[in-house]
Design a binder for this molecule. Structure first.
Ligand code: ATP
Ligand code: MG
Length: 179
């Protein structure tokens, strides 16, 4: 990709304590499925994948979401699964899934209203834990990871010799938790 272009996406990025617990979960499923663990600092949940944009469009993308308002929420990462076609072992959530989907839809609507083309595939909220996993994880002993979601981020995905690296470009807070 040329220096004038960026591959970007909106995501939830776990706080340090949550990332540590997600990494432990990755270790647990790694023992069963093999493959390559995602590094702690790369663990995330994509909300809205934008793809390649010109550097000149970054300000418009940020402006598109500047007025988005949504309450903070909590998600319980309490399940894991395997996509055999991609050999990805992932973690998903029960509680909080609707809040994640609502925020993803709000972002999607905001950016597409400004003319950004976005993925039409159905949203499948997940945290990739392992690449090249060989089999589905056994999930009956998963201890739920409670993830307090207080912000969402815009991230650039960049490739280097070690694979994809993620660079944070922007961060927007979520509001007070609705009672
Ligand atoms: P790599 O492609 O090097 O294996 P990666 O998939 O993490 O690593 P990207 O392809 O840049 O890096 O993707 C960044 C994030 O966006 C990841 O969470 C990925 O799952 C998600 N993503 C990538 N492509 C799409 C897409 N077409 N639709 C929805 N989400 C996507
Ligand atoms: Mg990819």
């Amino acid at each position: 990709m040329s220096a004038e272009r960026l591959r970007v996406f909106f995501a939830l990025w776990p706080d340090a304590a949550t990332a540590e617990r997600l990494e432990a979960l990755a270790g647990q499923v790694h023992a069963q499925c093999g493959g390559r663990r995602m590094r702690r600092d790369t663990l995330h949940m994509t909300l809205c994948f934008i793809g390649e944009i010109g550097l000149g469009s970054l300000a418009a993308l940020e402006a598109a979401v500047a007025t988005v308002k949504a309450p903070a929420f909590r998600i319980d990462i309490d399940r894991a699964g395997w996509w055999p076609h991609k050999h990805i072992v992932w973690a998903g959530c029960g509680a909080g899934a609707r809040d994640v989907a609502a925020l993803a839809e709000t972002l999607r609507a905001a950016v597409s209203a400004q003319g950004f083309k976005i993925e039409k595939r159905p949203f499948q909220p997940h945290v990739t834990l392992l690449r090249k996993g060989r089999c589905p994880p056994v999930t009956d002993r998963i201890e739920a990871v409670s993830w307090p979601v207080r912000e969402w981020v815009l991230v650039a995905s960049e490739r280097d010799h070690a694979g994809s690296r993620y660079r944070r470009l922007g961060c927007w807070p979520l509001g007070a938790v609705a009672k």
